[in-house]
Design a protein around this ligand. Structure first.
Ligand code: SF4
Ligand code: SF4
Length: 466
């Protein structure tokens, strides 16, 4: 493909994306209300690293005033976390997340002149892994099995425990710390195979239960398997009937956020095929079947499959039906009376994942889940809706900005005095755990579902089939 053709394609895709949003874009009154909530603007004070500045750059490309291969454009777009706090703050309803994905797609379609710095090379390698591994379940399972072996090895304990690796390479130490944070929770050793005991928990008749299918995800299933099992258990205790969907694949969120919308769309189509039969069953007298997600980043994209595939005549309608059937696990639980479990007796704080709070606008359900757990002393976290700096693979591709944001977050966590920091997204859980270790906070980072599950275990709701 010639350079002229490439430029034409990329410019056109960005123009098309903007044209679809033009009503909202022209509604941008340049008010700047998004600036104070933007973590990257707050760090450096550069207008080009604010939502308003980035939108201005995108419009300049679309209107032919700036080249798509301008290094300053890609730098300011790269530095965006995609946290979407700007969408929550925007009075004009600008869909910034969609514009960001379109801009990233255009920049990566253009290709540039290839990696020129170690950071570019790392970004290319991560992009390659996303394309060559994540869409293929066997390759992904094999890779995650290797990561689990590394995580649980003596070498990892030695490298992190002695601080040896940190002296050699701070970024390698941080990456290993992210991996180590996926280890099973200390209180769950020997407990991961427990099941709900129907003798101890009064369940509705099977024919009356709300049918749910847990979207198991790729990183969640490979590295946070226990949390997926806990999700099924807490749903069962609360009157749901979990159904397995073995043909589901990675949701494509990491691809979409990095601008690889082609792979994201391919994965979305496969998931729509996988869940279609489950969604078609509409048992009389009970709620419609629901796809339940416990990873906020995945949930945000699953709820937007309708928009992702709106131009695909074979999938557009089916994608809307799929997205309308997706709920975060906290939403499902908070819709009814949450069954009370055993006492936890812990000081707990909660950090809201951006893709739950801002992208999905699920803002009160996690608090309701926490409030249902006996013995939880809730300690509010200042700026709980602010990004932790994880943002998919941002913590690896932009370590400096990510680290600055993370250190501020951990200082606020320390100020709560909580011993447990709950969240609801694997990427945030890993980032916060690594931050707790790096900045010396005395608390355990857990998924909110794991807390509820532990409360149910203490209430004696579970039995071990072994
Ligand atoms: S808050 Fe919305 S309308 Fe105001 S400057 Fe930001 S994007 Fe534009
Ligand atoms: S997505 Fe987050 S980092 Fe990016 S412009 Fe919006 S507020 Fe700033």
């Amino acid at each position: 493909m010639s350079l002229e053709r490439t430029v034409e394609v990329t410019t056109t895709s960005l123009q098309t994306a903007l044209a679809g949003e033009m009503e909202k874009i022209t509604g941008c009154i340049h008010c700047g209300l998004c600036l104070p909530v933007c973590p990257t603007y707050n760090q450096g004070g550069n207008e080009n690293d604010s939502p308003r500045g980035r939108i201005y750059l995108m419009r300049a490309v679309a209107e032919g005033r700036l080249e798509i291969d301008s290094p300053s454009l890609s730098r300011h777009i790269d530095l965006c976390l995609g946290c979407r706090a700007c969408e929550t703050a925007c009075p004009a309803g600008v869909r910034y997340g969609h514009l960001l994905e379109a801009a990233r797609e255009s920049i990566s379609e253009h290709g540039g002149s290839g990696p020129s710095t170690p950071a570019d090379l790392q970004k290319s390698m991560l992009g390659l892994a996303l394309r060559l591994v994540f869409p293929h379940p066997r390759r992904l399972a094999g890779s995650l099995a290797i990561f689990r072996l590394l995580r649980d090895s003596f070498l990892t304990r030695l490298a992190l425990g002695t601080g040896l690796l940190r002296r050699v390479s701070a970024s390698a130490d941080f990456a290993l710390s992210l991996l180590a944070s996926t280890a099973p929770l200390p209180w769950r050793r020997g407990q991961s195979r427990v099941e709900v005991d129907p003798q101890r928990v009064e369940l509705p008749p099977a024919a009356e239960r709300h049918q749910v299918a847990v979207f198991t995800g790729c990183v969640m299933e490979g590295l946070f398997t226990d949390t997926n099992r806990a999700t099924s258990r807490v749903l069962t205790v609360n009157g749901c009937q979990p159904v397995d969907i073995p043909t589901q694949v990675c949701c494509g969120a990491l691809h979409a956020h990095s601008g690889d919308l082609t792979t994201a769309r391919q994965l979305a189509r496969r998931n729509i095929d996988a869940f279609e039969q489950f969604l078609a069953s509409s048992p009389a007298g009970r709620p419609s079947p629901t796809i339940v997600i416990n990873a906020a980043g995945c949930g945000a994209l699953l709820k937007e499959y309708g928009e992702l595939l709106e131009d695909d005549p074979a999938y557009a309608e089916r994608a809307v039906k799929f997205s309308n059937s997706v709920l975060d696990v906290t939403e499902v639980l908070a819709r009814g009376e949450i069954r009370r479990g055993g006492e936890l007796d812990e000081r707990v704080t909660f950090d809201a994942p951006c893709h739950l709070f801002h992208a999905q606008r699920v803002q009160s359900a996690p608090q309701k889940v926490l409030a249902s757990i006996p013995g939880v002393e809730y300690r509010p976290l200042d700026g709980m809706q602010d990004c932790c700096g994880g943002a998919g693979i941002y913590n690896l591709s932009e370590p400096e900005m990510s680290g600055a944001i993370l250190s501020e977050k951990i200082e606020r966590v320390k100020a709560t005095g909580a011993r447990i920091l709950a969240t609801a997204n694997p990427g945030c859980q890993m980032q916060l755990s690594a931050g707790v270790r790096l900045y010396g906070a005395d608390c355990q980072v857990v998924h909110l579902v794991d807390l509820l599950d532990e409360s149910y275990r203490r209430a004696g709701f579970y039995t071990d089939p072994d």
